[in-house]
Design a binder for this molecule. Structure first.
Ligand code: C2E
Ligand code: MG
Ligand code: MG
Ligand code: MG
Length: 291
């Protein structure tokens, strides 16, 4: 129960129960203090070019170190969204991710891009564009080195408002990626009006590749569709060599997943990137485009 307290909170408050469980209240209470107690951590998962194998970027993934254990974002982000805490936590994530990315770029002279997940609650805030602009100017990270990930469901639900905000963010030079692309939405109409730079193909499309011909064809079609729309595509959840080979043979742009690199601590990512850049130079592979 405690493990899923965040997720089940709505259910906890439903008429099926008299009052929220003690556990969920404790978790919520502790979450309020997570920031000031310095319990938030950022992990980074590398993203790779399917063509060259070079690291192109890293996705920042939030962790909460609560009572000596790392709590998964699936458990506390819904709670943070309900309580509005996601606003201050999201600001922290954005600033820290930009600062680290800029440090790594300077250290290695590698055109690393950093991807930051944005919640619908943050996107709804009138000052989100100012916040992103300030994070960039305070850290010195070029706007083109930042990508903001927004889940497809949010974008579809708030198509019009989202388009206005996304256009302003893009005007700064920031890239916009649609996270969990392809899940649960039958309408592609939003693609007409939304300013988007990349799709992140949800990992559910990859899980049955190569065994399932149907899934393989679908994934191949979504990659081709991205290209026809002149939108970049990165596949999430690459867990096997076969999946990586499939993506490369279908000209997917980039890939991310446990097979290629797990989410890791800031320090571990810094070490990985330095090693990677060294071997890339030894192999005389040119770095990916700075954009
Ligand atoms: P997401 O943005 O779709 O992130 C990808 C998730 O898939 C991450 O889970 C990552 O650890 C996991 N993953 C990566 N490669 C593989 C793989 O090969 N196989 C499998 N099975 N999983 C893989 P994580 O870190 O638990 O994050 C879960 C979700 O929490 C994220 O999904 C994102 O929606 C949200 N999240 C994480 N950090 C933040 C944040 O800073 N702000 C906001 N608003 N949401 C965040
Ligand atoms: Mg994401
Ligand atoms: Mg995703
Ligand atoms: Mg996903």
């Amino acid at each position: 129960q405690a493990k899923h307290a965040g997720r089940n909170r709505i259910q906890v408050y439903s008429d099926r129960m008299e009052s929220p469980s003690a556990e969920s209240l404790i978790l919520e209470n502790d979450l309020y203090k997570a920031l000031e107690r310095d319990e938030l951590r950022l992990h980074f998962q590398p993203q790779f070019s399917c063509r060259t194998g070079a690291i192109t970027g890293a996705e920042a993934l939030l962790r909460w170190e609560h009572k000596g254990k790392l709590v998964s974002p699936a458990e506390f982000i819904p709670l943070a969204e309900e309580t509005g805490l996601i606003v201050s936590m999201g600001r922290w994530v954005l600033r820290r991710a930009c600062a680290l990315a800029q440090r790594w770029r300077t250290d290695t002279d590698w055109p690393l891009r950093v991807a930051v997940n944005l919640s619908a609650v943050q996107l709804d805030r009138p000052d989100i564009v100012d916040e992103v602009r300030a994070a960039l100017s305070d850290t010195g990270l070029p706007a083109t080195a930042l990508e903001l990930e927004i889940t497809e469901s949010v974008v579809v639900r708030e198509s019009l408002r989202a388009a206005a905000v996304l256009n302003q963010l893009r005007a700064l030079g920031v890239g916009i990626a649609i996270d969990d692309f392809g899940v649960g939405y039958s309408s592609f109409a939003y693609l007409r009006e939304l300013p988007v730079d990349r799709f992140k193909l949800d990992r559910s499309f990859l899980s049955a590749i190569p065994q399932s011909p149907g899934d393989s064809r679908l994934a191949a079609a979504l990659i081709a569709m991205a290209h026809r729309l002149e939108v970049g595509i990165v596949a999430e959840g690459v867990e096997t060599a076969e999946q990586a080979a499939f993506l490369a043979s279908h000209q997917c742009d980039e890939a991310q997943g446990y097979f290629l690199g797990r989410p890791m601590t800031e320090d571990a990512f810094g070490v990985l990137l330095r090693q990677h850049v060294r071997t890339q130079h030894e192999a005389a592979v040119s770095p990916p485009d700075a954009s």
